[in-house]
Structures are given as structure tokens and as C-alpha cells.
Design a protein around this ligand. Sequence first.
Ligand SMILES: C[S@@+](CC[C@H](N)C(=O)[O-])C[C@H]1O[C@@H](n2cnc3c(N)ncnc32)[C@H](O)[C@@H]1O
Length: 213
Amino acid sequence: MSTSPARTLKGSRRLQRRRDRRSPSPQWQFLRGFLKNPVMVGSIIPSSRVLIEKMLAPVDWANTKLFVEYGPGVGTFTRPVLEKLGPDAKLVTIDTNPDFTRYLKDSIDDPRLVAVNGSAADVEKILVDHGLGSADYVLSGLPFSTLPAGVGEDIAEATANVIRPGGAFLVYQFSPKVRDFIAPHFAPIKRGFEWVNVPPAVLFWAYKGERQA
Ligand SMILES: C[S@@+](CC[C@H](N)C(=O)[O-])C[C@H]1O[C@@H](n2cnc3c(N)ncnc32)[C@H](O)[C@@H]1O
């Protein structure tokens, strides 16, 4: 029996509706991650669009070949970064929560994205394992102030080792304490603040060596 195009279309719409019902919304997936591990996730609501645009505003996208994101969660920053990134560039995301990493792999179909389940403290090994060189930018949504003792220092040092001279570490946080971790490795460090976020966040743009305008 032959299948009419209308019937195929109806069938594919039904399939899509079933798929939509099965895959949870990013907000629900994020809340689930928070309830499972509140200390590691550190926030109950994903970042606001206003915070995302402010944090990413100084990025020189035309000269970005490798962008690394720590703690992507359900991809709140990941999707806008992919929208801005060039066609030949790569985005490596690193998250300790395997549910979030699987969610990113299932919901974002983009060959530029390399979603890794692991700790930001291992960024050097992760980039080597994937045959990648220095990063132009590293973005962090990690809850630095609630990380286990010593982890924040390790992450700041490893991050300084993978960013190329002139590149930058972009950090948004609810506590300004993160500056203590990054100050030994980066200069200059520019600071900002965003009220339109729950909770409001402090932003740091920490450059490796002199800023290349
Ligand atoms: C506040 S959430 C940020 C989520 C998202 N980027 C946003 O802006 O909405 C923090 C994320 O950091 C992840 N995380 C915590 N410790 C980590 C570590 N050492 N390495 C990588 N990811 C980590 C958590 O699993 C969580 O996804």
C-alpha cells in the first residue's frame, strides 16, 4: 500500500509530538539536576538572556577557533555561543553531571559541539585527548564558592594553562570570591554586575596577558 505525503506528514508530526513529550524542558531538566546535587549545580534557575549577552559581548568571534565552557548545565549559554561561533570553530563543554552532558548531546545536533562529562580541573587532559590546542576563551558557570576545597585553585591554574596569550577567562558568579582564585593567573581583570538574573551575578573578564584589541 502506498503512503500519501499528507499521511507521512501527519505521522512525522505525531512522532515529533511524542518526542517533545518524552524529552523534558531545559528548565525542568535543570531543576532536576539541582534537586539531585544542589552544591554542584549551585543555582535553581538557568542564567538570564541579559546576563548571557553581557558576558559574551566582548568576545572577538571572528578570531575564535576554540571556545570552552565549564558547567554548561542544560545549555543556557551553549546555544547562544553556538549561534555566534564561526563555522570552523569548536565548542567544548565540560560538566561533572552526566545527565546534563547526555541532555546536551541529545538536544543539540551540531558538529562543532564536543560535550564532555568530566571536571573542569581536567581541562588540559580533555583538550589533549580531543586533539585540540589552546583555547581562545573559557567560560565558567561553576559555583566556585561551593566547590570542594582546593578545586577552585586547581581549575583557575589549569584554565590559565590552556588559554592562549590575549585570550580570556569569562566568569559569572553569585559571589565575588572567585576573584581570589583567578587573580594570581590573569591580568587585567575587568569586573561587571548584572541585576537581571536570579540571583544577580558578578561578571569577570580575566585576560591572559595584554588584551588584544
Ligand atoms: C550554576 S550551574 C550553571 C548552568 C548554566 N551554565 C547556566 O548558566 O544556567 C553550574 C554547573 O556546573 C557544573 N559543575 C559543578 N562542578 C563542576 C566541575 N568541577 N567541572 C565541571 N562542571 C561542574 C554543575 O553540574 C552545573 O551544571
